[in-house]
Design a protein around this ligand. Structure first.
Ligand SMILES: [Mn+2]
Length: 199
């Protein structure tokens, strides 16, 4: 165990398609050491860690000889599970987070409720099939997997944008900022932020 009260999770997941080792520190400083074998995906996850001020260590050996699908989807599942494990009982956290994030011509809305109930609403329009070796169709699949793994209500909406690299990077940054806000502790919240008494 590392320092006391530092929210973190370490997950290993191995299937016939992917072998994933991830460490996520929610109370981090934005340090990342990421190797998924997909350059653009590494770039996106680096942005996620940096802008959310999460520490993320990730090593993936995926069946990239097939395509990028299993690697991206399975990293989404593991990231969702790591978020869920790291935030634990959700005591004193803000629960909700949102941002409207600009990246040049792209404008992205992201809103999160750490409700315990998975739900994804995704609205993005890409004009190319891929950015580098990353299939643009996988953006929605990734965030779907994260929302289900974490038990998170996640809305990601492209308000404007033309360049797929900007749109996707804006989505990862917006997700990071909204998640940072939702996981932040508020000393005024004495238990969990729910009238049910549980999240
Ligand atoms: Mn970029």
């Amino acid at each position: 165990m590392a320092e006391k009260n530092v929210r973190q999770a370490e997950i290993s997941r191995k299937t016939n398609e992917t072998d994933i080792k991830m460490k996520l520190v929610i109370d981090g400083t934005g340090e990342a050491d990421i190797d998924t074998g997909i350059g653009f995906f590494d770039h996106m996850l680096n942005s996620f860690a940096r802008h959310g001020l999460f520490d993320l260590t990730l090593k993936v050996r995926g069946d990239l000889v097939v395509d990028c699908h299993h690697t991206i989807e399975d990293v989404g599942i593991v990231l969702g599970e790591a978020i869920k494990e790291a935030i634990g009982d959700k005591k004193a956290i803000r629960r909700y987070g949102d941002i409207t994030l600009p990246m040049d011509e792209a404008l992205i809305l992201c809103a999160i409720d750490l409700s315990g109930r998975p739900y994804l609403v995704f609205d993005g329009n890409f004009t190319s099939d891929r950015v580098g070796y990353f299939d643009t169709q996988m953006v929605k699949e990734f965030f779907y997997a994260v929302s289900y793994g974490a038990g998170m209500n996640l809305h990601i909406r492209q308000i404007s944008g033309e360049n797929d690299h900007h749109i996707i990077e804006g989505m990862f940054k917006a997700f990071a900022k909204a998640l940072d806000e939702a996981t932040m502790k508020d000393s005024r919240i004495k238990s969990v932020l729910s009238t049910k008494g549980t999240l």
